[in-house]
Design a binder for this molecule. Structure first.
Ligand code: IVH
Length: 687
């Protein structure tokens, strides 16, 4: 055979080998928690696979480990109907209620004797329904209302513990059945550590924090930009396996076996499930996990008790809302009453004024709680919380405490309503609350509170990463008026630093060095470090790729900025406005003089090259395109240097056609103008 084909066969083999290796490594790392290779080795193999797939695009498949994060953010999610509805569970809050549940199902099945129960932890996240066809993940959907959910496949693919390809060969061999289509259900959740980290970042960025990991997981799953989802490190525990025709009982007869099967297929199954032979054993399991759950790295709010036998499950069936064969045995959320002694106001990095309830200390979930954020003036009004009120605070596990209720009947006559101050409690300048915004802000750029936050953000790990400049030191620098702007950090000398409290010569020297080092950080990090509202590290990366120099970004119109995929109107407006403020222009010029990176050489050539791709070409669009909106297609063509006009003429180079193309198509055919589908257009842009 000729050489090309031989090479292709070799390439195919190597690609398959690499995928298998990477899949195994990923499974060991994310599902089994026991890595089988060094990160560096994994990275090297991953890069090799990426290179091969670039070289042989015909070998690319959607289940390749390189295809977890899609390039293009979604514009919206499509509604999907669940083939089998996702039921919720009936709650029981104590052992008596558990016994009552048993009584109910036994009345339905009076002849059943002793039974087995499977106890699982109830993971506090967001339910997902995953469809696999011939072993490949084809759809991931949210629960929605149980009947209709949303197709969030692109985001589901970023969850590393969800296999893109099932390990079905072994299973099929074992059961001599082909698993053409299966549905797996389970809970997507955020590990507590990640939840904490996200909230810290949101707080720093002046955004409202998530109240609990469940909201954070649900919010993350509905993010349109899957790159952001990938950064959030969601995880997944599988708990239900639906195989059409499972009643032939050749595959799994029980929930216990189904959990085993899910594991064999490559899913992460929560290891703490237990087979119980009496309600007494179930009660012991429930009691054990009441305290032990606080040591888990994720949130659980109860135990799910399921009858093990599928036959019995089928016999019992469902009520309108719940299966009769399962119950959620919940732990009471940790709540306690306490008195609000004051409502203070905190000023954050972006100038956001946050009301903070200061309460008589109470013990909750093993910690002392004396403060709870009230988020904003709207939330205060909604709760109708006043100084002197008795309130119920809730805290579960490591979750930030929340005021959930005001006990109106205990309100003293002298309870003081909260009024959002008209002036900043830190710098006394007037505050503003824009129309349609929940947040009240101090807008004085030199407000010490804002400046402190701005510096802490500038030096943080994902920004300029200047080690040795902790919170206390930042406060000293601002309070002693040594630093009035981020740019002043670059004028700090060892002598100046040594005048500060608890600052030795060695630390001062190290800090000056670290500050100087930060001048090598790339433009994307500098952009993130500037702390422009809504510009987190992912958006900064996206913007810096499209605008390789600060001048290009500063001069871009809001519409230009919006052409970046993943950057919506709100972000674009925030960036555009930021560059119009003269204090910010001065800051940029001072930082430039100090030697910071405001351009990226490599990105500059890459982008200018991409501008050439469609240079001089004129396009006309007609009909509805399968995925791109008209404006998006137009923006893509323009970004690559092409022109888009409304009507077909001899000057038109290409007609891009979608569904229901009208008279423009006839005209183009008449003039012999080449036609492109959306796919062909995208290929052209990628060439
Ligand atoms: S079984 C029909 N098992 O709890 C069976 N659910 O309150 C329904 N959940 O919507 C689900 N951990 O999102 C099941 N081990 C577990 C679970 C679990 C968490 C969630 C699930 C469900 C909700 C019901």
């Amino acid at each position: 055979m000729d050489v090309v084909q031989a090479t292709n066969t070799e390439a195919k083999q190597r690609v398959q080998e690499l995928r298998q290796l990477l899949q195994k490594a990923s499974y060991a790392y994310y599902v089994l928690d026991s890595p089988i290779m060094e990160d560096a080795v994994y990275d090297q193999l991953y890069r090799e696979l990426q290179q091969m797939e670039n070289q042989y695009p015909e070998l690319l498949t959607p289940d390749s480990p390189t295809q977890r994060v899609g390039e293009k953010p979604a514009t919206q999610f499509i509604s999907v109907r669940h083939n089998i509805p996702l039921y919720s569970l009936e709650n029981a809050f104590n052992i008596d209620e558990l016994k009552a549940w048993e009584g109910r199902w036994r009345r339905q099945a009076p002849n059943v004797g002793e039974v087995e129960y499977v106890c699982e932890l109830k993971i506090d996240g967001s339910a997902l329904a995953l469809t696999y066809e011939n072993g490949i993940l084809t759809r991931g959907a949210t629960r929605g209302d149980g009947v209709t959910g949303e197709d969030i496949t692109q985001n589901v693919r970023t969850i590393r513990s969800i296999p893109l390809r099932l390990n079905v060969e072994g299973v099929e061999r074992l059961y001599a059945t082909s698993l053409q289509r299966i549905e797996v259900r389970g809970e997507a959740f955020l590990p507590l550590e990640v939840f904490k980290q996200i909230n810290e970042e949101r707080q720093k960025a002046g955004e409202v924090v998530f109240a609990n990991p469940r909201n954070a997981a649900a919010g993350t799953l509905r993010q349109l930009n899957s790159r952001i989802v990938a950064k959030r490190r969601l995880d997944f525990f599988a708990y239900t396996l639906h195989i059409p025709g499972r009643d032939d009982a050749s595959i799994a007869n029980t929930q216990w076996e189904a959990l085993k099967l899910l594991q064999q297929m490559g899913f992460r199954v929560n290891p703490n499930h237990k087979l119980c032979f009496s309600l007494q054993e179930v009660a012991e399991y429930y009691k054990y996990w009441d305290t032990q759950r606080l040591n888990l790295p994720y949130m659980t709010d109860g135990v799910v008790v399921k009858l093990n036998s599928f036959k019995l499950q089928e016999q019992l069936g469902f009520t309108q809302k719940f299966p009769r064969w399962a119950v959620a045995l919940k732990y009471a959320a940790e709540e306690a009453p306490t008195r609000v002694e004051n409502i203070a106001v905190n000023v954050g990095r972006t100038g956001a004024l946050t009301p903070l309830a200061q309460m008589r200390p109470v013990q909750l979930a093993g910690t002392t709680v004396s403060r709870a954020t009230l988020h904003n003036a709207d939330r205060v009004a909604q709760l109708d919380i006043r100084i002197g009120d008795t309130v119920i605070v809730r805290k579960a596990g490591e979750i930030i405490p929340e005021v959930v209720q005001v006990l109106q009947e205990l309100r003293p006559d002298d309870a003081q309503p909260f009024v959002m101050p008209s002036h900043c409690p830190v710098c006394s300048s007037a505050v503003v609350r824009e129309m349609g915004e929940a947040v009240t802000r101090c807008v004085n750029a030199s407000c010490p509170a804002i400046l402190k936050g701005a510096i802490e953000h500038w030096v943080s790990r994902d920004a300029l990463d200047i080690r040795g400049l902790g919170e206390k030191l930042v406060h000293q620098l601002v309070d002693r008026e040594v630093v009035h702007s981020v740019a002043d950090l670059y004028d700090l000398t060892e002598d100046k630093l040594c005048e500060l409290e608890r600052m030795g010569k060695k630390s001062a020297q190290k800090l000056v060095e670290a500050t100087a080092q930060s001048k090598n950080q790339p433009w994307s990090r500098v952009l993130y470090g500037l702390g422009i509202r809504h510009v987190g590290s992912v958006n900064a990366q996206l913007l810096s790729e499209k605008f390789p120099t600060v001048e290009q970004l500063a001069e871009a119109s809001q519409a230009d900025i919006e052409t970046v995929h993943g950057i919506g109107e709100e972000i674009a407006q925030s960036v555009h406005q930021w560059f119009r403020i003269s204090a910010n222009q001065t800051l940029i010029s001072r930082l430039k003089d100090a030697g910071l990176q405001f351009a990226s050489a490599m990105e500059a050539t890459a982008v200018s090259h991409s501008h050439q791709k469609l240079a001089g070409k004129t396009f006309v669009l007609t009909g509805t395109l399968p995925t791109l909106k008209r404006d998006e297609a137009k923006a893509l063509i323009q970004q690559a240097g092409g022109k888009v006009t409304d009507s077909v003429s001899k000057k038109t180079d290409y007609l891009v056609i979608g569904e229901d193309a009208g008279s423009k198509l006839a005209k183009a055919q008449e003039l012999g103008i080449p036609q492109l589908s959306e796919g062909e257009l995208l290929e052209m842009l990628q060439d």
